[in-house]
Design a protein around this ligand. Structure first.
Ligand code: ADE
Length: 482
């Protein structure tokens, strides 16, 4: 990911960001952080960039021209308009969901103001997002920009060595992190909690969850309330467990944002993919949900869980259901057997495949063979996130599978010349076992009519939901368009 920080104090920003994890990730090429000195774009002899405000008042303002030219130098280099954040106490409060959202951008410009601010006209021209890091006033935007770069970077794949640590720490799923202990076992007479020495992972996980809940209740009652609301929704959704597995798994993985909840009328947004999921009990509430939440949030993709809502929403938003899917869930806890399917060690045997992560050299072949995605960058993103796996004979790719952003298993494809060798089964077995290892419930969505995939799901023991889910896109949100 590329960060361009427009500032009058480039050394301050770069000194703060070239050490520790962010510094290492920059050296390793996962991040590119550049500070652009706005003063370099002043067109006067003394490199002056500020002037008095019209109408009087205290202090000086940064002038429009040098800010615009500094910004434009980035646009010229990237060849496109880049999302541009202006750091200001007047902005939207920066938080973990926004950090996650911004981490999906390839390029990001952070504009730091100084003095009394920046001439409004250039802000109108270049800024896409106004962001504040908290309700206090700093002397400039630089510290805010550094905070944002740090929090966004740790959500960029590859930046944290342990790829799961980005999603298991504080503030995921509205809970604070549990307390942690290291050696020695006793320090100043204080003993490490017994359970952590027990070696029983189930008990340890349960203890940690309990601690997280207690801590959140005590220190952040506001977050705890959100957590409780989400848990109530989860319980209601679980009354139709198979149908709602996509929604409950979002909650389990700490990537759900609750947009609407009135009894069993529930609307969630996946903070990773931006997809909005809705389950409604009656059409009246469903309509209200669309009018209030969907129209406000304007998601690109909707997942509808009740068939009778499809014509209602189609009429309201003129969206198109492009696919209806059966949801399949692996409800058992035991891993699937792998004998005869693939090898776990690195040894290659002529007739046995090995399964390992895909890397960028496989992107072209994956895009060529997997036709379901409109966005050619999607598979690339999943490879970069380490969520695509291939079946290989030596170095030759025979098929692949992946985890979608919202957590479902998918993108399964076996190259034509390798079909009929149980490679699809091997790939799905591998990914189901991998999900179980990470404490997730494996589930997948099979497009209506794909009998081969249905058979595969049944042969692996997945359970099929009776009702289908409907993916809708191309909604018209501007009421003047309706
Ligand atoms: N600049 C000055 N104060 C700020 C704040 N609280 N957040 C972001 N940028 C700022």
């Amino acid at each position: 990911m590329n960060f361009y920080i427009l500032t009058l104090f480039p050394e301050m920003v770069m000194n703060g960001l070239n050490t520790s994890i962010i510094g290492r990730a920059s050296k390793a090429g996962y991040l590119n952080i550049e500070a652009i000195d706005i003063r370099d774009y002043a067109r006067n002899k003394h490199h002056k960039v500020d002037d008095y405000p019209y109408g009087g008042g205290a202090g000086m303002l940064m002038q429009a021209q040098p800010v615009y030219d500094a910004w434009d130098s980035v646009t010229k280099r990237t060849g496109k308009k880049v999302r541009t954040v202006y750091l200001t106490p007047q902005g939207r409060r920066f938080d973990q969901p926004l950090a996650k959202e911004l981490a999906k951008e390839e390029d990001l410009i952070l504009l730091c103001g100084h003095y009394e601010g920046i001439d409004e006209r250039v802000l109108e021209e270049v800024v896409t997002d106004y962001v504040s890091i908290g309700d206090y006033v700093l002397t400039g935007g630089e510290l805010g920009a550094m905070v944002m770069v740090d929090a966004i970077s740790r959500m960029v794949p590859g930046v944290l060595k342990n790829e799961f640590s980005g999603v298991t720490e504080s503030l995921e799923g509205n809970l604070l992190e549990y307390p942690q202990y290291s050696r020695p076992e006793v320090w100043q007479g204080k003993q490490v909690p017994e359970v952590l020495l027990s070696g029983n992972q189930k008990n340890i996980d349960a203890w940690r969850l309990e601690q997280s809940i207690e801590r959140t209740k005590e220190r952040r009652p506001d977050l705890y309330q959100k957590y409780e609301e989400m848990q109530e929704c989860r319980e209601l959704l679980r009354q139709q467990k198979l149908l709602h597995m996509d929604m409950t798994e979002l909650i389990e993985r700490g990537q759900a944002e609750l947009l609407y909840a009135q009894g069993k009328n529930i609307c969630l947004r996946d903070t990773v993919s931006g997809i909005v999921f809705l389950s409604v009990e009656d059409a009246k509430n469903g309509k209200e949900m669309v009018e209030t939440v969907i129209v406000r949030e304007k998601p690109e993709l909707l997942v509808i869980h009740q068939e009778y809502m499809v014509p209602v929403i189609e009429k309201m938003l003129q969206g198109e259901v492009f696919v209806a899917c059966h949801q399949f869930v692996y409800t058992k806890r035991e891993k699937l057997p792998i004998t005869g399917l693939y090898r776990l060690d690195g040894k290659s045997e002529e007739h046995q495949i090995q399964i390992r992560k895909l890397d960028m050299q496989h992107l072209e072949i994956a895009n060529e063979h997997y036709g379901m995605m409109d966005d050619p960058g999607y598979i690339q993103g999943r490879i970069e996130a380490g969520k695509m796996f291939g079946a290989f004979y030596g170095e030759t790719l025979a098929g692949f599978i992946g985890l979608h952003e919202e957590g479902s298993l998918g993108m399964l494809e076996v190259l034509p010349e390798y079909r009929g060798r149980h490679i699809g089964k091997a790939l799905e077995t591998y990914l189901i076992n991998d999900c179980l290892e990470h404490g997730f419930t494996p589930f997948t969505q099979v497009v209506e009519g794909n009998e081969i995939s249905m058979k595969l799901q049944e042969s692996l023991g997945l359970c099929k939901a009776k009702q289908k889910v409907y993916f809708m896109e191309k909604m018209l949100y501007n009421t003047s368009d309706l």
